[in-house]
Every structure is written in C-alpha cells, then in structure tokens.
Design a binder for this molecule. Structure first.
Ligand code: K7E
Ligand code: CUA
Length: 653
C-alpha cells in the first residue's frame, strides 16, 4: 500500500486533470485502507461537542445552516431571507418586517456567502453576515442568539453577489452588484443602450458603534459584472478586492459575448480613502429607496426603516480610490492570503491561477505604471503586479482558501478536484478528487489572518450517486477533507440543505461561551405581553380581537374562548412564561393559514387568524414540551357574523 501510494502521488502531481480520472481505482483502494482512520477522525462521541461550528449558506433556501465539524451533523438552521415553517420567522407579527423591501414583502430569497465578523482579521464570534443575491440585501445574525437581527437592502444593485465580505475589524461590509443596471433614476431604457446607461456599483456598509448597519457609500464603476470580493488584511488592510467579468459589457448571450477578452479585472478599492471622501461629503447624494429592517432591542419586535438617499462616489472625479488589476479570464473568486500580501483569482476560463502581489500593486500605483484607464479608473500593468501563476491548477478554478501553513487550496469545478499549492513557489503540491464539481471550499478561518486549518470542506454542486437516490432531486453534498498532513485525505461525505455556496467555521468555544439561553420576562417590553396568568385577557376592538395569552408547562391561559365571530381578525399574542433553557412552546389553531409560531422562553409572538366559518376551533401547543404536552390544548368558539355571543374566556373554570 505504502509504495503504491507514493508512486501514485508522484504520478498524480504532473498529470493533467483529464488523466487523473484513471487514478480513481488506485485512490479508492488507498481510501479503503484508511477507512478506520478516517472514521475515528470524524467520530464525535454521544454527548460530546464538535470542535468547530460550521456555517453553511442555504443558497436558494435563503437560510443558513449550522453543521458540526468534523462530524458533519446538521445542528440547526437559522432563517434569514425566507419565511421559516420551523419557528414562524417571517410569519409572526414580530418578525414579518424583517422581510420588507422596496419591492414589498419578499418571503423567499437566495443566500450565498456567510461571513463571520472579525477583530484584527480573526473571526470573533459576534456576528455572521450573509448576502441575498436576488433582491440585494445583507443580513446580520447575532451569534449570541443565532437569530437574524438586521437586514439592509442595497439600491442601484441587482444580484448582490460580491458580498458580504468584512474588513479586518468589521469596519465595513462589501456589496458589489453582479448585474450592472441603470443607476440613479430611470430603469425604463432600451436594453441595447447598455453601453450608455448601465453601470456597476461597489457598496460599502458601515458597522456603526451600536452594532447597526448603515449604507455609507457606493462607488460608481463601469458596466461589468462584479462577482466576488475579499478584503485586505495586515499590510493590505484598508483595501478591498472585487472580481469582475463581462468587461466586454455584453447584455445578451453572455456565455459567448462575455468570454472574448483574455483578461478581465480585479477592482482594488482603497476603501479607507473612499470612506474619507464620503466623510468629507464628496460625491453626490442621489435618490434611492431601500429598507433597513432590524429587531428592536427594547421590545424584540422587527421594525422597518425606509431610506431615500445614498452617497455615490465617482472615480472620474475622486482620485486614488480604485484601480483595475488585469486578470485572466472571467475570474470568479478573489482571495487574499493570510499575510495580506497575495491576491489569488479563480479565472474560470484561465489555464493558470493568477496571483497578484499587493506590494507590487502599490509600487505600480506609485510609479503610475498604467496600461490605460477606464472611466477614470487606472488599469495597472499585468506584468508589473503579478507575483506568480499557478500552472496546471485543474480545469475551471473557482475559489481559494488558506491553511495558515503556507499553502492555498483551490477548487477546480470542471475537473472535480481540489489542488493544493505553495504560496512561495506557486507550484501544485497535492491534489484530491471531489465528488463532484466543487464550487466554494472552506477551511475554518481560511479567509482570515489566522486560519485554524486542520479541515477543509468541499462544497460540491453535483451529488449524483453519493447517497440513496431520492428521485430527480438530490441534496447537495459536502466533503470533509483532512489537511493536517502533506497529503489531503477524504474523511466524510454529508448532505447539505439548499445549495451551500460558501461556508465559514470557527472553534466552538468562541461561540459557546456567550449564548442566550432564555429571555428575561421582566425585560419583555412587547406591548401585548402577558407576563403572568393574571394578566391574560381577551379584548375586542371593533372587528379586531386581541388575545393576551400565556403558555407554561402544560397549559395555555386562557384555554377556552367564546365570542369570536366570522369576520373578526384575531391576534393571539402568546407569551411563553418559562424561564428555563430549551423550553419553547408552540401555538396553532385549526384552519390557521400558517402552521405555527414557536415562542422562546420569556418572549411574545403573535399569530393572526381570520376564521372563515362558524364552528369549534381547537388550538394546541406544537412543540412537545412536557409529559403532558398532549394536554396543552384549548378551544375557540366561533359564532356567525352579527351573533350576540359575548367575549368570554378562562382556564380551569
Ligand atoms: Cu462561487 Cu455565489 Cu460564491 Cu456559488 S458562488 S460557487
Ligand atoms: Cu407546550 Cu407542548
């Protein structure tokens, strides 16, 4: 086995991806030999915790899933951009506002990139951000409660894809538009007026001192498609890098028309300079409608704030803010090495991985070593800024992460593999097959200054034969790879929800120490809270009926209600009186058109119900909370419109 392995690796190194398929046989045999070893590496004994929290995007589910690493166990799902049947997020009156936008209420989004907040370039466990691609938004999730607490919309953008990557101390969060669009007013123009009327924007959201997000400024850029970004760190702190494709500025049949130029660009943005310009009132305030939704800390009720203006900075008028780095060819990912000195691009159609040098970039800027200018943006000379090109990186390189030990790992979508290469020599030193077609990959801390390394998770696009067949739809698949040795070793496959475009991970102890276990009842400032059973009541106000209800193991107060009529709008404000960890109560009623709300201990959540016919309507707790959970039930009597049955209610009479 040993000899076979070393012979194989000698061969694998220089062999092009197409040939490596014939190696599968050998590789599987090697894997068989190390199965027991692999199993012990991912085994987390019952009752024990995983070493890392993994946060995976749900893609078109609009949510964010938590996985244990190395076990691959799915631990939790946080609803972000989509209504959640699991806990009523986006259904309850207290959370609906989170999904408001300038396009109205959007109950389902497309999430791509989770990104942990950082302090000094290291994930700090305070927040995780995630972008919505379709209706451009950025969300902030509080990692004390694992709840989405703020969502800000991005105007003058469509396809918020280059987002939400944070700067070294989470000063700013990036948001670059994938689609260029008519900016500043009229969208009602001919599509073939693209060249005159369409522009891109690179947006910077500022984290304010109170932890809230503010859209500070947008930089106006040529009508390319902006794809991904990452911020500088260490020596390159103060800069952010955005890939672009479609420098051809095509507006139709992009697969051909946007694949003509040999090089597109990475936009290097000096955001500190731009922030200074913005603070000095430079640029222009333009009309733009966008929402910011946030959970009010006082009453835990989501509120929407409508904004009407945004500051736009134009590089043609403001110098030194942005430069273009020519980059082959239709680059997708852009990733900055832990020491902040190298900028690697994943050129989808490129035969090499181009790696730019930050130092050389600064030098070229100083020397005005430009090969041209586009709309006021200097284009640097490729040969002057390139640090190296990684040869034979596999076909279709997309994304890169780092292990903190001098190596980078890049996914190759077409040849279905991950290649490991040296940040010193730019030579490929190892490669491993993935099953199949990886998009992003993730190493704990792998886009930060101090990667924890150890594991790599490949986020694969195609699952095919990896699990039991489930009809035409298959969940996506992740693969856990051990990167602690010289050779990568495949440890585990696990299915993922939705499409996990990107992921982040950090050691569990950073997140665990600060967890909210329940909300204090005395701090519940919901105006409809009933903080004791004595305070429970039912009040009619015209056609509206407000039920101030409490829940505690194992009854509701009130649990018998009469006097409701067809045509009423009934608000069940359910306060969970429990003051203990892990005791939510649920609520639902026959014919209610949302399945339920789930109410955390100490919180109040509101369920709206409009009975359509007279009759008897049982309600119950939907979360198995105690031995007498099945007894946790009640009745609402509904009378016809105009009936003179009076409101009456109680428990235990
Ligand atoms: Cu490559 Cu949206 Cu980051 Cu998917 S994206 S892979
Ligand atoms: Cu409360 Cu079941």
């Amino acid at each position: 086995m040993r000899t076979l392995k070393s012979i194989t690796s000698i061969w694998v190194l220089p062999v092009v991806a197409a040939l490596s398929f014939s190696m599968v046989g050998c590789q599987s045999q090697q894997q068989l030999g190390s199965n027991a070893d692999a199993a012990s590496k991912v085994y987390v004994a019952p009752g024990e915790y995983d070493e890392f929290y993994g946060f995976m995007s749900g893609g078109y589910s609009g949510q964010l899933s938590i996985y244990g690493i190395p076990s691959g166990r799915h631990i939790f799902t946080i609803p972000v951009f989509s209504q959640a049947p699991t806990n009523g997020y986006g259904y309850s009156e207290e959370t609906k506002a989170m999904l408001e936008t300038s396009h109205g209420f959007i109950p389902w989004g497309d999430a791509h990139h989770p990104e942990l907040s950082q302090t000094d370039g290291v994930p700090d466990g305070r927040y995780i951000f995630i972008n919505e691609n379709n209706t451009p938004r950025v969300a902030k999730i509080d990692l004390k409660s694992f709840q989405t607490t703020e969502i800000i919309e991005i105007p003058n953008s469509a396809g918020n894809h280059a987002s939400p990557f944070v700067t070294q101390n989470t000063e700013y969060i990036s948001a670059g538009t994938r689609f260029s669009v008519p900016v500043d007013g009229e969208g009602d123009v001919a599509i073939n007026s693209y060249a005159e009327n369409f522009d891109g924007t690179l947006s910077f959201i500022k984290m304010q001192e109170d932890g809230s997000m503010k859209l500070d400024f947008q930089i106006l850029v040529p009508g390319f498609d902006y794809d991904l970004s990452h911020s500088g760190k260490g020596p390159s702190h103060g800069w952010a890098f955005f890939t672009s494709y479609n420098s051809e500025e095509a507006h139709t049949l992009l697969e051909i028309n946007a694949s003509k130029n040999d090089k597109d660009f990475i936009a290097a943005v000096n955001w500190q300079k731009a922030a200074e310009y913005a603070a000095q009132g430079e640029g222009e305030l333009v009309d733009a409608e966008y929402y910011r939704n946030y959970v009010d800390k006082n009453d835990h009720i989501a509120k929407s704030e409508r904004n009407s203006q945004v500051r736009i900075l134009n590089p043609a008028e403001l110098e030194g803010m942005i430069y273009y780095l020519p980059t082959p060819k239709s680059p997708h990912g852009v990733d900055v090495s832990p020491d902040g000195k190298l900028i690697a691009a994943g050129g989808k159609l490129s035969t090499v991985i181009p790696v730019h040098s930050f130092d050389k970039m600064l030098q070229a800027i100083e020397n005005e070593d430009f090969e041209g200018e586009i709309d006021g943006i200097p284009v640097l000379n490729y040969d002057s800024i390139i640090a190296g090109e990684v040869e034979n990186p596999g076909l279709g390189p997309l994304h890169t992460e780092f292990d903190g030990n001098g190596y980078a790992y890049t996914t190759a979508f077409i040849s279905s593999e991950i290649v490991k290469w040296s940040l010193e020599t730019f030579e490929v030193v190892d490669r491993i097959e993935t099953y199949y077609s990886p998009g992003h990959l993730m190493i704990p801390g792998g886009d930060s200054r101090k990667p924890w390394g150890k594991y790599l998770v490949s986020l694969n696009k195609i699952t095919k034969d990896r699990y039991l067949p489930t009809g035409p739809e298959l969940f996506h698949s992740a693969q856990l790879i051990d990167i602690s040795g010289d050779k990568m070793q495949l440890l585990l496959d696990f299915p993922t929800e939705g499409e996990p475009h990107y992921a982040q991970a950090m050691p569990s102890d950073i997140v665990m120490k600060d967890q909210v276990k329940f909300y204090r009842l005395e701090e519940n400032n919901n105006p409809y809270a009933a903080k004791s059973e004595k305070a429970a009541k039912v009040e009619r106000d015209g056609n509206e009926v407000h039920v101030y209800m409490t829940s505690i193991r194992s009854h509701f107060t009130p649990d018998n209600i009469e006097g409701i009529k067809v045509g009423d709008k009934v608000y069940f404000h359910v306060t969970n009186l429990e003051q203990d960890w892990d005791v939510p109560h649920g609520f639902t009623i026959l014919g209610g058109n949302t399945a339920e709300i789930l109410v955390m201990p100490g919180e109040t959540r509101t369920y709206v119900w409009e009975p359509k016919k007279a009759g008897m309507f049982p309600f119950y707790c939907t979360d198995f909370c105690s031995a007498l959970h099945q007894e946790m039930q009640g009745y609402v009597r509904v009378s016809p419109e105009g009936s003179d049955v009076e409101i009456a209610y109680g428990t235990g009479q």
